[in-house]
Structure formats: C-alpha cells, structure tokens
Design a protein around this ligand. Structure first.
Ligand SMILES: [Zn+2]
Length: 207
C-alpha cells in the first residue's frame, strides 16, 4: 500500500488536524496527528498492523513489544497478524514508565523477553524517545531486537538513532516544527489548540 493511501486512512479517522499546536517536544507547528482517533477504528488499526507484520514475517520474530498506551493495541494486532502469517504463537507485551526516564516491562512480562527475537512497534514518533527506551528495555532483558515498525515516522528517526537493524515505517512524512520565538503562527496571533498536544499546558505555564 502506498504512503498516500495510508495517510488517507489517517484522514478518514479525523486523526490529521490543522491549526496551531504545541508538540510534546515543546515546538510549535501547523499539523497534528491525533493517534488516539485512529485507535477507535479497529479495522484500520488491524490493517496497518498487518502491513508491519507482513514486512517482518520472515525475521524470526517471537515477541512484539511497544510502549503503552498506544503500544497495547499495536502489539496485539501485530502479534495476531504475525501469528497468522507464521503459524507460531507470537507474544505481545507492552512497556511502561520506569524510574529515571526509562521504560520497563512490568506484570511479569520481563520473564518472557530473554532470548527472544523481538519486533518493537510504535504509532507516531517525533523524537523516537519512547520507542528507543522500549528497545533498550528489550535489550536489557536479553531480547534480540530484529527491527522497529512504525505507523508514522514524523521525526525521520533512523535505525542508527535507535540502535536496531531496521526501521520500517508506513508513513515517512515529516512536519515543520518551530521554536516558540520563531513560530509564524504565534506571530500571527493564531489561537493555540488546547484539545490535543501540549497546548493547554503551554498556555497555563505562560499565564
Ligand atoms: Zn506558535
């Protein structure tokens, strides 16, 4: 499936918003992808995860890991598709926040990572922080990361950035992001969206 068709799937869910946004990185920009909208449409999530699974089906993946919350749905659908494609039971686990800005596997999942070929999945990455911490959590437990599968690589994150053999992303479109002082939308006094991203926090802090 072509990139533009996948972007259309995002559009159909209302996940692509235009306006004046504050991203997690604290930079400002005109476009926001609200992944939470996508997750309401399970057939679309299933379809996207199948494309990732198809790509990695011959890589000896035994376990799919991703950062909560988005990673919960993604790991389930991707592991399900891989199980069907490979006729093996592929596990799905998710990472959560640990101490000192790390991701860790709780709930006994940690005991299932060692020695397994792992695929790490994430929805939309800008800095790649959550996915990188999940990669590191897998490695710390003795898992072997075979690759990373992304729905949207908004920050042009590379396999070198993440320390993995391969990054496969369904969409690679990046968005312009501005420092607050250089933001053309701020310069035009366009109101900041407070429903998504960090807009609300930004305005509270500013006040
Ligand atoms: Zn701005």
């Amino acid at each position: 499936m072509e990139e533009k068709e996948i972007i259309r799937i995002f559009e159909e869910t209302g996940a692509i918003l235009e306006g004046h946004f504050v991203y997690t990185s604290s930079k400002h920009g005109k476009v926001y992808v609200n992944k939470d909208f996508l997750y309401m449409f399970v057939l679309k999530v299933k379809l996207l995860c199948e494309i990732i699974a198809e790509h990695f089906k011959d890589k000896n993946i035994e376990l799919v890991a991703g950062p909560a919350i988005g990673g919960v749905a993604l790991t389930q659908w991707t592991a399900f598709a891989l199980t069907q494609f490979t006729d093996k039971e592929i596990l799905a686990v998710y990472s959560e926040d640990g101490l000192n800005n790390t991701k860790i596997f709780k709930r006994g999942y940690d005991k299932h990572v060692k020695g397994k070929g792992a695929l790490v999945v994430e929805d939309i990455t800008t800095t790649g922080g959550s996915v990188k911490k999940t990669v590191e959590a897998v490695k710390a437990l003795g898992g072997i990361v075979m690759g990373v599968g992304l729905l949207w690589n908004r920050g042009a994150i590379t396999s070198q950035d993440l320390g993995v053999p391969e990054v496969f992303s369904l969409v690679n479109v990046t968005f312009e992001a501005f420092d607050e002082k250089e933001c053309p939308l701020c310069a035009q006094n366009i109101p900041i969206n407070t429903n998504v991203g960090k807009g609300r926090e930004y305005l509270i802090q500013k006040a």
